[in-house]
Design a protein around this ligand. Structure first.
Ligand SMILES: Cc1ncc(COP(=O)(O)O)c(C=O)c1O
Length: 390
C-alpha cells in the first residue's frame, strides 16, 4: 500500500531538484569551503556564498546577515543564549516568550535562569496570541522577545512587524523561529525590524542537517557563540560549513521563492478539500484555531470520541501526527494544545495533518476515505465495548 504523506510539518521530502544540485558536491567537488588557498576550496566557498545569498533573498535580508547552523534547534539556541550571554544579565534580565513555542525555544529561555536571567513564559488565549497588555508589561525591562512566525502544531501565523515594533518600543530585541514559515509565506525581515530569525532546510524541501540564523547588522545584534573552534561564520558558529547541504539549502530557497505563491494556493485548496471531505464524514469534527490566518497546508483536528493515537494505528497507510515531531515521543498531551485551553481528552483526540508540495488531489481523496472508514470503525468498536460493559 502506498503511504500518503500528510506530515509535511515534521519534515518535507527533499525536492529531486535539490538532490540533483547537491550530488556533485558529494563527488568531485569535495573541497573545504574554508580552504580558500586553493581552487578546490575556493570552488566550495563560492557555492556556499551563492547558497547564502539564496537563503538571504528568501528572508528579505542581506547575505552577510546569514549564519549557517545545523538546523533550527541550533539557530534558536544561538539566538536566545548567544544574545543573552553577549549582553549579560544587567538591568535588563528578562527573556520573554510564549507557552506555545517549540521546546528548543522554551528550554533555551528556561536554561538562562541559571545564568541570572529572568525567563517569562506568557500564556496565550484560545486564538494562540498573548494578551497585548500582558505582553507589554512582560516586556518592561526585557532583553529579548521570541515568538515563532508560523506554528508547528496549529499553523497559526503571527504578525511579525507588530511584534518587532512592540519589542522595540520596550527597548527589547525580537527573535522569531521561522522553521515552519520560511518558504511558505513571503518574508521581508529587513523591513519588518526583526532582529534574529531561525530557519531549517528540511522543512522547505531541502536536506536535513542544515539551517541558518539571520543576525541583523543595522542596528547590530551581537551574539556570544555557542561553540569554541576555528571561528567560521564570522566567529558565530565554528565548524566546517557542510558545502553539499548548503548548496541544497540554497536551491531549496531558490525554488521556494520562485514557486511560493502558486504552490501555497494549490496546497491551500487541497487542505480545504481535505477539511470539507472529513467534515462530511465525521460529525462533530473540530478544528483547533480558525481556518484563516494559518499556514496553507495545516490542519489541527479533533476527532470526537476517539484517541488520535488509535486513529493513527488504524490508518497505517497515512503518515500523520498527534503533535509536533519533537513532542511525539512524549505520552503527555501536547504542551501547545493544553496552553490553547484544550482539556486532556480534546488534546488526545487531536491529529495534525499537513499537506505539502508532493501531495496530490488523489492523495487527499484517499486520505478522506481511509480516515473516514477508520473513524467509523473505531466508533463502532467503542459502541460495542460500551454495550458489552452495560
Ligand atoms: C517551529 C519549530 N522550531 C524548531 C524546530 C526544530 O528544527 P530542526 O529540526 O531544524 O532542529 C522545528 C521542527 O520540528 C519546528 O517545527
Amino acid at each position: 500500500m502506498r503511504v500518503i504523506y500528510l506530515d509535511n510539518q515534521a519534515t518535507t521530502p527533499c525536492d529531486p531538484r535539490v538532490v540533483e544540485a547537491m550530488l556533485p558536491w558529494f563527488g568531485a567537488r569535495f573541497g573545504n569551503p574554508h580552504s580558500v588557498e586553493h581552487g578546490v576550496g575556493r570552488e566550495a566557498a563560492e557555492a556556499v556564498e551563492a547558497a547564502r545569498a539564496e537563503v538571504a533573498a528568501l528572508l528579505g535580508v542581506e547575505a552577510r546577515e546569514i549564519v549557517f547552523t545545523s538546523g533550527a534547534t541550533e539557530a534558536n539556541n544561538l539566538a536566545i543564549k548567544g544574545f543573552a550571554r553577549f549582553t549579560g544579565p544587567g538591568e535588563r534580565r528578562r527573556i520573554v516568550t510564549l507557552a506555545t513555542e517549540h521546546k528548543c525555544v522554551l528550554e533555551s529561555v528556561r536554561d538562562l535562569e541559571r545564568e541570572g536571567f529572568e525567563p517569562v513564559v506568557l500564556p496565550v488565549g484560545p486564538d494562540g496570541r498573548a494578551d497585548p497588555a500582558r505582553l507589554a508589561r512582560a516586556l518592561e525591562g526585557a532583553l529579548l522577545l521570541s515568538v515563532m512566525a508560523a506554528h508547528n502544531e496549529t499553523g497559526l501565523l503571527q504578525d511579525l512587524p507588530a511584534l518587532a515594533a512592540t519589542a522595540h518600543a520596550a527597548g527589547a530585541r525580537f527573535h522569531t523561529d521561522l522553521a515552519q514559515a520560511a518558504g511558505k509565506v513571503s518574508l521581508a525581515l529587513g523591513d519588518w525590524g526583526v532582529d534574529l530569525a531561525s530557519v531549517s532546510a528540511h522543512k522547505l524541501y531541502g536536506p536535513k542537517g542544515i539551517g541558518a540564523l539571520f543576525v541583523r547588522r543595522r542596528p547590530r545584534v551581537r551574539l556570544a557563540p555557542l561553540f569554541s573552534g576555528g571561528g567560521q561564520e564570522r566567529g558565530l558558529r565554528s565548524g566546517t560549513v557542510p558545502a553539499p547541504l548548503a548548496v541544497g539549502f540554497g536551491e531549496a530557497c531558490r525554488i521556494a521563492r520562485a514557486e511560493m505563491a502558486a504552490e501555497q494556493a494549490r496546497i491551500g485548496a487541497l487542505r480545504d478539500r481535505l477539511l470539507a471531505g472529513l467534515r462530511a464524514r465525521i460529525p462533530g469534527l473540530g478544528l483547533n484555531g480558525p481556518i484563516e490566518g494559518r499556514l496553507a497546508g495545516n490542519l489541527s483536528l479533533r476527532f470526537p470520541g476517539v484517541r488520535a493515537a488509535s486513529l493513527i494505528e488504524a490508518c497505517p497507510g497515512i503518515a500523520m501526527s498527534t503533535g509536533s515531531a519533537c513532542t511525539s515521543a512524549e505520552i503527555a498531551p501536547s504542551h501547545v494544545l493544553t496552553a490553547l485551553g484544550l482539556d486532556a481528552a480534546e488534546a488526545g483526540a487531536t491529529l495534525r495533518l499537513s499537506v505539502g508540495r508532493f501531495t496530490s488531489a488523489g492523495d487527499i481523496e484517499m486520505a478522506i476515505e481511509r480516515l473516514g472508514e477508520a473513524y467509523a470503525g473505531l466508533r463502532a468498536e467503542a459502541r460495542v465495548a460500551c454495550a458489552d460493559g452495560a
